[in-house]
Design a protein around this ligand. Structure first.
Ligand SMILES: N[C@@H](CCC(=O)N[C@@H](CS)C(=O)NCC(=O)O)C(=O)O
Length: 397
């Protein structure tokens, strides 16, 4: 079985986009997203012990954040009714993983069997789900334990989201890494189904490099759609705007989240309670573990939120920065159109919605609804996503 999933090293940047007339995207550093500050070595016990033993704040913070955003990681204690799936995405490892949820859309005729490896409240996973749902893809979800990451042990790439695609081709399952690559690649496939998935994958090379001991990945073409021989139906300006705002969602909007949802001790606590609720921690953790995670996590994240505020130069009142971002987006959409994409959402609508949906249950989001005009657009997009409105457009791309 072929394993077209290994990271590829390239010495030079290059652009194989068919979206002619646009030069290569700038070489971005990989986002230092809130979730990327997760240290995988710690667990609830360790957080507790770290506090007791007076370990560095950074270590405790990393551990707590891992736990905080590890809503998906609660699969350590999986429910009894989960199905099983054999995934052989790597020649080295074919292992059994547990499916936590199966999304089925009857009209899905893509012929692709998709499995999404995710953390439930990770903004990058939320935007990937927004894309899949909008276009009415059927897919299985595997919740990854953010501490042990045992569900992605078979993968060299250790972040989520990962999508494994089985297109019933001879090569076997194909691993797609990185939310923007996943979205661009599947959008390219919808636009031009004559592409094979592994062929498309080769259009999104990964550049791997070292920053100290850390491995960083870049996917220079990640915001580009591959049209092949097909004439794009959108204008070059529309495509450029779509890319610009997708980058804005990853590089700017996402940094508004942590300082806002952990703004005050009580908000941090409420956020952790929300994570606990959506992650079903009550079911998945013992009471002691759950309470430790909630209280220690909230305390530490309150402090980390302050550091992130400084790092990303948010305003003194971090809400103002969140409102500014929402206003910027609303102003760019304008009053005359329903979505940035016009009558229907484009990819930038889907990803901005996806990022914001990751904090929908937090008071920061409720405040943004009150203090900005983002609500009507947000709920319009949510309806479009939840009712798979893009499914009807799939054959008209
Ligand atoms: N640029 C990546 C970012 C993905 C990312 O940072 N994922 C976080 C979860 S929100 C993660 O897996 N962190 C684990 C780690 O860095 O070890 C994407 O868009 O997919």
């Amino acid at each position: 079985m072929a394993a077209p999933i290994r990271m590829i090293r390239f010495s030079k940047k290059f652009n194989i986009s068919q979206d002619l007339g646009h030069s290569l995207l700038p070489f971005h550093c990989i986002n230092r997203s809130p979730c990327q500050q997760v240290s995988r070595r710690f667990f609830a016990k360790d957080v507790f012990k770290s506090v007791i033993a007076g370990k560095s704040l950074k270590q405790v913070a990393f551990a707590s954040f891992a736990l905080g955003l590890g809503v998906g990681g609660t699969t350590l204690f999986v429910g009894h009714n989960w199905n099983r799936l054999k995934v052989s995405a790597d020649t080295k490892a074919a292992q059994e993983v547990k499916i936590s949820k199966s999304i089925r859309v009857n009209s899905d005729d893509s012929g692709l069997k998709l499995t999404l490896y995710q953390f439930q409240t990770c903004p990058f996973c939320c935007k990937t789900r927004a894309f899949l749902d909008y276009y009415g893809f059927s897919y299985d979800v595997v919740e990854v334990n953010s501490v042990t990451k045992k569900q992605i042990k078979w993968s060299n790439y250790k972040k989520v989201p990962i999508v494994v695609v089985d297109d019933a081709g001879e090569g076997g399952p194909i691993q797609l890494n990185e939310s923007s690559v996943i979205i661009s690649l599947l959008e390219s496939y919808l636009t031009n189904p004559s592409f094979k998935i592994d062929q498309l994958k080769s259009f999104y090379p990964c550049i791997e490099s070292k920053e100290g001991r850390k491995t960083v990945y870049d996917f220079p073409n990640r915001y580009f759609i591959m049209f092949g021989e097909k004439e794009p139906k959108t204008t070059p300006d529309a495509r450029k705007s779509e890319r610009t705002w997708r980058f804005w969602a990853d590089d700017h909007l996402v940094h508004m989240l942590s300082p806002n949802v952990y703004r005050t001790p009580s908000e941090a606590l409420a956020t952790f309670r929300y994570f606990s609720e959506v992650g079903e921690w009550e079911k998945n953790f013992s009471t002691l573990e759950r309470l430790t995670v909630i209280y220690v996590g909230a305390s530490v994240m309150y402090l980390i939120g302050k550091l992130l505020k400084r790092k990303y130069r948010l305003k003194d009142d971090v809400r103002e920065s969140l409102y500014d971002s929402c206003n910027e987006w609303v102003a760019a959409v304008g009053k005359k159109r329903k979505f940035m994409g016009g009558e229907n959402p484009d990819l930038s609508d889907l990803v901005v919605y996806g990022v914001l949906s990751s904090i929908e249950g937090c008071s920061a989001f409720q405040d943004a609804l009150i203090h900005t005009k983002i609500g009507p657009w947000y709920y319009r997009t949510k309806t479009a996503v939840q009712t798979n409105q893009g499914a009807a457009l799939r054959h008209n791309k």
